[in-house]
Design a protein around this ligand. Structure first.
Ligand SMILES: N[C@@H](CCC(=O)N[C@@H](CS)C(=O)NCC(=O)O)C(=O)O
Length: 219
């Protein structure tokens, strides 16, 4: 199988990026990372839009065929490489895991988009500042919910194996820094993310993307 991942450093494409590194570690199946320079508009070219009409990362290309949307990509990778143990096998536990992944993707993630790209949601500077402030407060509640979910985690979200959930949890806490949320104010979430960052598949993706948990700047 030939796998290519279109990704941008620090973006949500970190989730399938880590997932593919976890698959490589568990099965030996490799993938080709394809860097997309968002600041240069590489996601808006006709060729890219033919793969993903939304003009977004990530795109997973499987034997020449593009697949978009993180939840679909993670589900596809889990079904293709069950030995990597990315999602629980038991139907109810699997549905719960997909429910959490979908919530991170369709609720927490778009809330952060309102912080990061407020100009797309309001015209005047004052209105944009208000959108940003309200979305940042809401985003903090989302991070607190994730902190509650991982409260019982021994090592990673699902025990000893790194999964897509760990990569999303890292990404959202990292984005929190841009929303003015100090990761130290979520101590058990931070301790968990520090463990996650030390795992081999995560460390490989962090290195390739050249990112760290350093987005928070004290006011
Ligand atoms: N629901 C989409 C979200 C994708 C998304 O929001 N991608 C962002 C990066 S985190 C992006 O490519 N933004 C570039 C743009 O919209 O211009 C998915 O799961 O793939």
């Amino acid at each position: 199988m030939n796998l290519e991942l279109y990704f941008a450093p620090g973006a949500c494409s970190f989730v399938p990026h880590v997932t593919l590194e976890a698959i490589r570690a568990a099965t030996g199946q490799g993938f080709e990372p394809k860097l997309v320079k968002l600041h240069k508009g590489e996601h808006q070219t006709p060729e890219y839009l033919a793969m993903n009409p939304n003009g977004q990362v990530p795109v997973l290309v499987v034997d020449g065929k593009p697949l978009t949307q993180i939840v679909a990509i993670c589900d596809y990778l889990d079904r293709s490489f069950p030995e990597a143990g990315l999602l629980p096998a038991e139907p109810w536990a699997r549905a719960q895991a997909l429910s959490q992944l979908a919530w991170m993707n369709n609720t927490a993630h778009p809330t952060f988009t309102h912080v990061f790209r407020a100009a797309e949601f309001a015209e005047s500077e004052a209105a944009q500042a208000e959108v940003k402030k309200l979305a940042a407060a809401r985003f903090r509640k989302h991070l607190e919910r994730i902190q509650g979910w991982i409260a019982g985690a021994k090592t990673y979200w699902y025990g000893e194996r790194i999964t897509s959930h760990d990569a999303y949890a890292f990404t959202l806490l990292r984005w929190g820094g841009y929303a003015g949320i100090d990761p130290k104010s979520l101590p058990s979430y931070l301790a968990y993310v520090e463990r996650v960052m030390g795992a081999t598949p995560v460390a490989a993706a962090l290195e390739r993307e050249r990112i760290r948990l350093d987005t928070y700047k004290a006011a």
